[in-house]
Design a binder for this molecule. Sequence first.
Ligand SMILES: [Zn+2]
Ligand SMILES: [Zn+2]
Length: 354
Amino acid sequence: MSESGIIRREDLYQIWKQKDFRAILPYKEFIFNILIYLDILAEQRRYDTTTGSRLPVDNFFVPCMVTERNKTSFMDKECTPEKAICLAFVFKGTVIPPALPNRLISACLSMWTLKQYEGRKLLFSGFIVVSFDKAHDVVVCVEGNKILLYIVHTSSAGLIVPDVATGVKECLVTTMERISDFYQSTIHEKNIQQLPFQIEYSCSALKCFISEEKALQTNVWVCNEHKLTHRVGDWVVWNQDKNNEQCDQNCQGLSDDALSQRPSDIELLRFSINFESSQMYELVPYLEMSKEWGDITLNYPKDIKVAKFLVLSKWKEMKDKSNFKALAEALTKMDISTHVLCQVRRVRLAETGK
Ligand SMILES: [Zn+2]
Ligand SMILES: [Zn+2]
């Protein structure tokens, strides 16, 4: 397992049959779900390629058991300055909270598909590559007190869709907030608002870094090592301005084809981020998710952002007709413009443009 990091549910139940674990055996399903909830286990997602619906999960990843280091040529050959952009989550102090990288890797596995490269699955100790879509891969790797995030395009860094970069960044920030919040709530009574890391952008050679705060205030930045010039506009790819997200006057709304599709996780995330928290109570009955919403908000009383996303992803998993049409119908009943869905879909539209 230390090579593949993969285990089956039944294997784990077998392990728990040993004498030392007897006590937990009666609660095996509950404990199993807790391990998933804590991002210690992650489902190996598989989809039916024709219908797009999710297949039953047989295998689970256990990233913290993977000890092998990345020795593939992916970083040298694919993740190059010509094809990739990079940002770093730099942790204050000199160390990253120990279990955080593995839990982040688990979270990536639960959102995206693990990449295969030259016949190998790209999951190693402190290193993972997942496919976002046909054109974009996402690399997360740990280096000292930094977690590096790369977005790699199949042909050129200049073709990276800003919505994808911004969406992946937001997704990882939300996930790390969730994980750090868990750590803090176990250590301190009071919830500390400040995040334990800051974001830094890399130079176009992917080596030098400037803090996000400084980058957004400085007009021109020349990096130390390579003397490359960067301007404020260079960071726009990571920060799509959400205020500009509006349909033009002639927008007809989503096509029937688009309405019949299920939202991807990133689309649900965008939807949940932009949806008024106070209106979730109205939305969930239309999606027949009232009970689940009650359970989830009990689990996340302080974190409505996470609760909103979780209830939607649960909806997508549970309901047969969890497509854009169902969302549009619910919005219409609530007197909310369905054009918010056009914005949610923008990522997909950009993808088909290639
Ligand atoms: Zn540089
Ligand atoms: Zn529209």
